[in-house]
Design a protein around this ligand. Structure first.
Ligand SMILES: Cc1cc2nc3c(=O)[nH]c(=O)nc-3n(C[C@H](O)[C@H](O)[C@H](O)COP(=O)(O)O)c2cc1C
Length: 385
């Protein structure tokens, strides 16, 4: 066993504020400014090309493990093709690329909202060269066309793009989520992607337990936890070099890393302080969901998954508008073998009927505003740029 947290804080002169993770706090002095620059970039003068304006917003979309798998090809004067960077998928926890595709739905919806703000309609043609099978492939996910259209109305959710977050933190258990706030989320359901919510005490308690159990299954299944560990970016220089994945920053953990107390290798190994720390950090997070929202579809077609992403990010924006913390928790919905019993239990608790697919689940509650997560700059996502 290594140094205790207290000892490490003393060793670095008591300056160790701290943590952590995609969505945690970066201490002021260790903020990875370059990795966060794409958030500030949307305040700059809009580029003349509407496509670039739409995409500088779209790259801020929520997406699994912040892999940012999008590749953009600008074609003709007003079109773009969107592809998946196949190296950026999550084969262990997302074996059918379902979650990755939901992230693309989020990306497309933010692009559409940003285009509408400038009076452009963004037509989406999904899978123009055909549908993928079990995994995504090299064919485009969408072809987009931007058409100037004076009747296009601005979307009130546009202004919440910079304040949307995935809130990976404990929520205030003295502050319930109001029914009318949940109703505003439900009202965003589409014909394909239906939203349901609960703040019922008994169901909330059940979901806290089931989501925690599922989180532990992912963590104790070596190959699925390794997928997360491999994506840890520890400290500012790693985050700046690879502004994606699971960012772990702040002086405390950087000091632990420097003194050999925290590493990817240790995080992967049960019994180490680093591995135990992942458990003890997440337990209060998962134990404080005050309400839950989920999205269900009647089938599980690729186009359904895209539609789920579009609805999901609107829900996330609406939560931001209401100042409500919103934390997607997908473990119990994942398709790897060890998760099957947990998926059955949670879908039973959520009232899914045979044939229906629970696509997304989020924990809701009030807490402090989570930090922004890193992004690759837009130019790195444009093919041939
Ligand atoms: C399909 C999907 C699944 C996600 N699943 C989880 C999850 O299980 N746990 C979690 O903490 N965040 C999850 N997230 C949130 C991402 O980690 C988050 O969007 C990403 O790190 C970027 O952070 P941001 O949303 O705060 O910008 C998910 C997001 C999407 C779109």
């Amino acid at each position: 066993m290594g140094l205790s947290r207290r000892t490490v804080i003393r060793a670095i002169g008591g300056t160790g504020l701290a943590l952590v993770g995609a969505g945690g706090l970066f201490a002021v002095t260790r903020t990875p400014e370059r990795a966060l620059a794409p958030w500030a970039a949307i305040e700059d003068t809009p580029p003349a090309d509407i496509r670039l304006d739409a995409f500088r917003h779209a790259i801020l979309a929520p997406n699994p493990h912040n892999r940012q798998p999008w590749l953009i090809k600008l074609v003709s004067a007003d079109e773009a093709l969107i592809f998946c960077d196949l190296e950026r998928r999550l084969p262990e926890t997302d074996p059918f690329d379902r979650q990755i595709l939901i992230g693309f739905g989020c990306f497309l919806e933010l692009a559409r909202i940003a285009a509408a703000e400038r009076g452009f309609k963004m037509d989406i043609s999904a899978f123009p060269d055909g549908l993928p099978a079990e995994r995504l492939d090299r064919r485009p996910i969408a072809k987009l066309r931007f058409v100037a259209n004076p009747t296009t109305t601005a979307d009130p959710l546009f202004r919440y793009i910079p304040v949307r977050r995935s809130s990976k933190q404990p929520f205030d258990t003295t502050r319930p989520v109001e029914d009318r706030t949940l109703a505003s989320l439900v009202s965003l359901s589409s014909t394909t992607a239906r939203i349901a919510t609960t703040a019922d005490a008994a169901l909330v308690e059940t979901l806290r337990t089931l989501t925690w159990d599922a989180w532990m299954i992912e963590l104790t299944t070596a190959r699925t936890w390794q997928e997360t560990v491999d994506l840890m970016r520890i400290g500012r220089s790693e985050i700046e070099a690879n502004p994606d994945g699971v960012s772990i920053g702040g002086p405390f953990l950087e000091a632990m890393a420097l003194t050999g107390q925290f590493s990817r290798e240790q995080s992967a190994r049960p019994g180490t302080a680093a591995h135990n720390g992942s458990i003890s950090r997440y337990r209060p997070i998962m134990a404080t969901g005050m309400a839950y929202a989920w999205i269900m579809t009647e089938g599980n077609a690729r186009t359904d998954q895209l539609a789920v992403g579009q609805t999901f990010v609107r829900m996330n924006l609406e939560a931001a508008r209401k100042g409500l913390g919103f934390h997607p928790i997908s473990q119990a919905l994942q398709e790897f073998k060890e998760m099957e019993p947990a998926y059955r239990k949670i879908t039973g608790a959520l009232g899914a009927q045979p044939g229906q697919r629970v696509q997304m689940l989020a924990r809701l509650g009030y807490g402090s505003l989570a930090a922004r997560t890193p992004r690759w700059p837009l130019r790195s996502k444009i093919m041939g740029a």
